[in-house]
Design a protein around this ligand. Structure first.
Ligand code: G3H
Ligand code: 13P
Ligand code: ZN
Length: 312
């Protein structure tokens, strides 16, 4: 099947009590690792591209890699999504350039400005058959190039979500319930805990409406330990416990974003490879196990966290 929007995926995920994984792609090995896992597990999948990924790999290369993955995996629905679009122009460029879904992230702007910009993107996107994810609330950590102090993290205000969704016409809504971007989400010694009360209240206000969670990597300690063992230095890297994400996936959360865990798996694998093969210099040799590590990470997320295996 051709690239799809997320509309049907989210309808089925909401009704079925699972979430679809949204994984960031930056190169061929990442696209292949993710889609091989999703293809074998018959899982719907969202491949997402950030502004930074587009700057690194080029829009056309990324779209063509994703199109190749679609041809190689004809039996599963695949959506191509812009992650954290920060302007109308960037969203328009992705809509015009073959994406089936875009995020306009105006969450750092004042409420009325967020509504106005989101509305403008929604009008253009819907005219072109593309769906829009918007965001209310601010995640702690590093959001693409925007850094927000952890202690200034702002949870989504549930009393705003109906007004926001109605006035913008967005198709899904990213909310802030304590997740954050990157590998350092919680201070060592603190207990990671998502605000399920905020999630439940948002879901109650917007029955049937797909909720999105960003910043949902779990930062598996086995990979942090491998990185540290083989020359890295990542003390105190802590993520979201996977049981909490599984609980979220059973609720109104239909899309869960995971990027850092893929980066950790690849980096651990490549560091270990070079430590064990100091004389090797062929990228195919060290990228092959790294691609396999991406595949295994995504397969684990699909089965144990998202619950979307067999849902294609
Ligand atoms: O939330 C952002 C994603 O992890 C992508 O990050 O800006 O480094 O591509 P990036
Ligand atoms: P992580 O950094 O937790 O993987 O979050 C990724 C994300 O939210 C991409 O938009
Ligand atoms: Zn994000």
């Amino acid at each position: 099947m051709p690239l799809v929007t997320t509309t049907e995926m989210f309808k089925k995920a909401y009704a079925g009590g699972y979430a679809v994984g949204a994984f960031n792609v930056n190169n061929m090995e990442i696209v292949q690792g993710i889609t091989e896992a999703a293809g074998e597990l018959k899982a719907p999948v969202i491949l997402q591209v950030s502004k930074g990924a587009r700057a690194y790999a080029n829009h056309t290369y990324l779209v063509k890699l994703v199109e190749a993955a679609v041809l190689e995996n004809p039996d599963i629905p695949i959506a191509l999504h812009l992650d954290h679009g920060d302007s109308f122009e960037l969203c328009k460029s992705c809509i015009d350039g073959g994406f089936t879904s875009v995020m306009i992230d105006a969450s750092s702007k004042p409420y009325e400005e967020n509504i106005a910009l989101t509305r403008k993107v929604v009008e253009y996107a819907h005219d072109h058959g593309v769906v829009v994810e918007a965001e209310l609330g601010t995640l702690a950590g590093v959001e693409d190039e925007v850094s927000v102090e952890a202690d200034k993290a702002m949870y989504t205000h549930p009393e705003e979500v109906v007004d926001f969704a109605t006035r913008t016409g967005c198709d899904s809504l990213a909310i802030a319930i304590g997740t954050s971007h990157g590998a350092y989400k919680f201070k060592p010694g603190t207990k990671p805990q998502l605000r399920f009360d905020v999630l439940e209240e948002c879901a109650k206000q917007l029955p049937g409406f797909p909720i999105v969670l960003h910043g949902s990597s779990s930062v598996p300690q086995e990979f942090v330990n491998l990185i540290n063992k083989y020359g890295g230095n990542m003390p105190g890297a802590i993520g979201i416990p996977e049981d909490q994400l599984r609980q979220a996936a059973r609720s109104a959360v239909c899309k869960i974003n995971i990027d850092s865990d893929i980066r950790l798996a690849m980096t651990a694998c490549i560091r270990q490879y070079f430590a064990e093969h100091p004389d090797h210099f062929d990228p195919r040799q060290y990228l092959k196990p790294a691609r396999q590590a991406v595949k295994e990470m995504v397969a684990h997320k699909i089965v144990d966290v998202l619950g979307c295996d067999g849902k294609a």
